[in-house]
Each structure stands twice: as C-alpha cells, then as structure tokens.
Design a protein around this ligand. Structure first.
Ligand SMILES: *Cc1c(COP(=O)(O)O)cnc(C)c1O
Length: 388
C-alpha cells in the first residue's frame, strides 16, 4: 500500500503480500529461516538488495507487517518489533547511548523503566537525572553538555500526569537531544508523539494494541536517520517478537480505532461518576475539567484514554474497595477488554521506596482502573456497590 490512506484503512489494509493460496487473512509464518534459490540470491538477501527474508531473528513476514504498520500509524519511517514492551524500551536506550552519556528522565515512568534509568544505566556509565514530567523548565535546567536523551511517558502511569511534548521537544532540539516517548497509554489513535517532536516512540503492545490480554509484545518506532544505529543492535542482540505474537498484535491494530473509542466512552462515564461520588477524592482523567492539565490534554490527545485513577481514602479503604469489586479483575495488567483494578502501592509500584512513591503521587489509597469494554452501566453498578 504505497498511497497514504486514513488511520483505520491503513490499520486494516497494510498486510504481508498474499501467497500462492490468495489467503484473505495473513497466515502465520512459523519458520526460523528462508531458502535462497541460488548463491547469488543469498548474496542479494544479505546485501539487502532483494528484500528477501534471511532468518527470523532479523525479519519475518508477520513481525515485519506488524512493525511496518505500527510505524506508519505513528507517522514514523521504520519499526522494530520486540518480544515485550521492556525489550523495546531497553533497545531504544542501549542502541543509542554509550558510556559517558547523560539522560534526563521522568520519575513517573513505568516501574521497570525507572529501574533501567536508576539502576542499570549508571552501572554502564550512563548517568540519569529525574525531572518532574509536567515542568519543562526543570528539564531545561537538568540538561548537561553530555545529555543525549529525554525519556518519558505521557500520560504517566499511574498518576495520569502529562508532558507538554512540543515544549520538551523544543528544549531537546536546541541541544541535539533525542526525545524518547513511551506511547503505551495513549496508542497512536489518541496521540502521535512524532508529530509533536518525538524522535523515538516505544510501545508495550501487550496493552491496548493486543487489547485482549493474550500476548506480550513491543515495538520501537523511529525516523530513517536512526535506523543505521538500531538495525545492527536489533539483529545482533535478538529481542525479536515471535511470528505468532506479531500475527495477534497485527490483528489487534485492525480494531484499535474502534476499541479505543469505546474504551474512552466507558472511561469518561466512569470518571464522571467517580468525580461526583462523595466517597472518593482526587479523580484523575485527562479529559475531566478537574484535571490540572486538561487544556494540554485536549491539545495533544484526541480523547482521554481508558485509564482512570482516584484516591479511595487510605490503604484500608482502597483494599476493601478492590476486594469488593466483582466485575473489575484485580490484576497488574491494563488495556484489556476486561476492566481491571490495580492497587499500585502494594503491587506494581511496591518496589519503589516510599519517598519515590510520594514523589510520583502514589498514595496508599490510590486506585487505578483500566476501563474495559463491558457495558458502562454494569461497571458503575459494580463501583457503586463496592464503594457503598
Ligand atoms: C506494561 C508497560 C510497559 C512494559 O511492557 P511489557 O510488555 O510488560 O514488557 C512499559 N510501559 C508502560 C507504560 C506499560 O504500561
């Protein structure tokens, strides 16, 4: 598909070339290697002249379809499909950074990303400074001559705080710094960081891109100028996504737009219900007028997403609420058809120090909802009984 079509059309119609059986849905190419018809064909494949796949750690029709399609939907030139979101984030750091470099990161990133920034990068001679996500002046102040990358996630997990992407990109451009954005919560349907100045976009496709809680996967999406640095790293270190998972995730992209619209409808309804409920406080949803950055949210996102957080009023109230919910599953995942409730302080963010949790707004009473695709009236009835 050379022509540029609309998001929904590209999400469905970008697919691997049809084989001799003229299959309508793309088959799963469960093969580790590919046959060269001659020595010359092998030479051409290795030189990249023929485009023929060589070995599935490098390329496979299913992983290529998924990576190329997601790159197109993010407005990027190239994509690398990885076995998990963390392998994508790890690759986006290690392929582009070296000893002596400095990174400015947000403290409100996914907890494993924070572990990379605070624990592993320093072990390899790369220093990190953390700057509050919503304060561009703090990012500017943190820049050093050796700063090579900004690492962030917007909206953040679980605080649903936003970064002003054009403002951070402007600071980065002045200093030749790469902007690396985890777009997991928004997906390209709600927000396209590349159009707002990001150089690198990563995904945990495990979440909304699969959308049905089945497989792990991830991707790194970049402009063509970064491909020469990423390609050899990807091929040599082997973070590759399996053909089966790529097939599932590519199918997931086909329905992303319709699913995200319904996720947003349901999440808005739940957020408004909670906002007017006397039993909870500090309801956060990017498109609620009470969100401190709702203007920014409306400028840079199409809609508010599927995640809603609130404070249930302390540890005991939060655990009682989570235990009473019947439809919401208590799980550490998000981005599923099934609504999920998470208590970050005792699960996903229990590894952080209390001081760090305080810094990113994870109070003992904080509850995170990933609003699914069940009927919203049933979700509200479940919350009502659990809060009652
Ligand atoms: C889940 C998640 C990740 C990690 O993805 P995995 O697929 O579990 O490795 C990274 N960033 C965000 C925002 C996530 O929610």
């Amino acid at each position: 598909m050379a022509d540029k079509h609309r998001f929904e059309t590209e999400a469905i119609r970008i697919q691997a070339e049809r084989g001799p059986y003229r299959e309508h849905a793309v088959p799963i190419y469960a093969t580790s290697s590919y046959v060269f018809d001659s020595v010359q064909a092998g030479v051409d494949a290795f030189e990249g002249a023929s485009g023929q796949p060589i070995y599935s750690r490098f390329d496979n029709p299913n992983t290529d379809e998924f990576a190329n399609k997601l790159a197109r939907l993010e407005g990027m030139d190239a994509g690398f499909a990885t076995a998990s979101g963390m392998s994508a984030i790890f690759m986006s750091l290690m392929a582009l950074l070296q000893r002596g470099d400095h990174v400015v990161g947000s403290p409100s990133v996914f907890s494993s990303t924070l572990k990379l920034l605070n624990h592993f990068l320093p072990r390899w001679g790369i220093e990190t400074t953390l700057a509050p996500l919503s304060d561009p002046a703090a990012w500017r102040a943190a820049v050093r001559p050796t700063t090579r990358m900004f690492v962030l996630e917007t909206p953040s997990n679980p605080g649903l705080e936003l970064a002003d992407l054009p403002a951070l990109a402007e600071i980065a451009k002045e200093h030749g710094i790469l902007v690396n954005v985890d777009n997991c919560f928004a997906t390209p349907w709600l927000q396209r960081p590349a159009e707002l100045g990001a150089d690198i976009v990563t995904h945990s496709a495990t979440k909304f891109i699969d959308g049905q809680g089945r497989v792990l996967g991830g991707a790194v999406l970049v402009g063509k100028e970064l491909v020469p640095e990423l390609m050899p790293f990807y091929r040599s270190t082997g973070p590759t996504l399996s053909a089966f998972n790529a097939w599932v995730l590519s199918k997931g992209l086909e329905t992303l737009a319709v699913r995200m619209e319904r996720h947003c409808d349901n999440a808005e309804t739940v957020a408004q219900f909670l906002d007017s409920h006397p039993g909870v406080s500090r309801v956060r949803y990017p498109f609620l007028d009470s969100h401190p950055q709702h203007d920014l949210a409306r400028r840079q996102m199409r809609r508010g997403g599927a995640m809603v957080t609130f404070d249930a009023g302390g540890m005991d109230a939060a655990t009682r609420l989570v235990d009473r919910l019947q439809i919401f599953s208590c799980s550490a995942n998000l981005g599923d058809t099934r609504s999920i409730v998470t208590h970050p302080a005792t699960t996903t963010h229990s590894g952080l120090s209390e001081e760090m949790r305080e810094r990113v707004g994870i109070t003992p009473g904080l509850v995170r909802l990933s609003v699914g695709l069940e009927h919203p009236d049933d979700l509200i009835a479940d919350l009502t009984q659990a809060l009652g």
